[in-house]
Design a protein around this ligand. Sequence first.
Ligand code: TRH
Length: 385
Amino acid sequence: MTTLSADPELACDIFCAVVDNFGDIGVCWRLARQLHTEHGWRVRLFVDDLKVFHALCPEVDATLPRQDAMGITIEHWHEPAHAGDTLAIADVVIEAFACELPHAYIAAMARREPKPVWINLEYLSGEDWVADFHMRPSPHPRYPLDKSFFFPGLGKGTGGVLKERDLDARRERFDANAWWRERVGIERPGAESTVVSLFAYENPAVDALLAQWRDGDAPVVLLVPEGRISGALARFFGVSKFAAGMSAHAGALRAHALGFVEQPRFDELLWAADINFVRGEDSFVRAQWAMKPFVWHIYPQADDAHLPKLDAALAHYTRTLGPSAREAVARFWHAWNGAGEPDWAALQSHRLELERRAVKWAKELAGIGDLAGNLVAHVASRMVR
Ligand code: TRH
């Protein structure tokens, strides 16, 4: 594959404000690493919450103002005024998710010649309108600067989603037996069990689903990264907490709580399971590359603004399914996002069809090109030489 980088020495500053959870820094950290390792860019990442970052990359020391990790320079960003030790402005400036750049930094961008390429990286949405707005420039009201809006998406004409070049090879090399012994401390369950990974926010539908798994005919093995859903598991099993290393069982259901792992290892959880419950943005994308059926707990927004996004993703993902499977997936996703009760048996009855679709969908999605590569191509087209 050729590198589309306009300049192998290109310097890039990424600004990331952590709103909550792990997705903001999760996306930025993945993008930073990819721009560096695959495109040879020199990347500096400004992050306002290093504690959250530390969970994804234990090498990051939350007490340091500046450090290097995995080839990326990391600045603890004390917004709004701080903009690094020097006001050396990079060739490419990425503000993630409309976080506001420090005023002094914008003023210095305006003084720089040539002007940097300024990109606002938006949140992912599978909605159709995204293609119309992707890469649209917007002139700054006061400075001679243009900012373009880079929209990740699931359809043609959008920025796509992040996918590392070695991801498929890593997945193919994955040793599931070794993973089960190392991470769960047991042998990999046999084919009669359905392995489910559960990464979700607090969810009122979880009790009904746990009961269905418990009372079902076929064994379900649940892998639960410790987090916001763990309290519900503890209540269900009648224990005080469901912390990493703990296991519990009831009826046909066995559950194992896992510790949080560094981001490059998160995919392994998805590869180890038969069906993945994911949330937010980054894990939602990773589940698609895992080529397994998945259920999305979308990040809830005010005024139910997330619901059209949920349906848009469903439309892409279920496009070629038969009507009955499509209906079962849509009903299950809606129930998992607050409307109705999940029906595990109905979903499982389409398991084979969903597995085939998951593989096909990953190929369709890859056809849009990966986000980092698309972004590099966009920058190359905008560089003033
Ligand atoms: O954590 P999320 O819910 O993140 C978000 C934020 O809430 C953000 O504000 C919101 O706007 C966005 O979603 C849409 O879910 P997400 O995006 O899946 O991020 C989780 C990250 O955590 C992802 O990069 C994978 C990583 N992770 C690990 O690295 N190790 C782990 O063990 C686990 C469970 C996750």
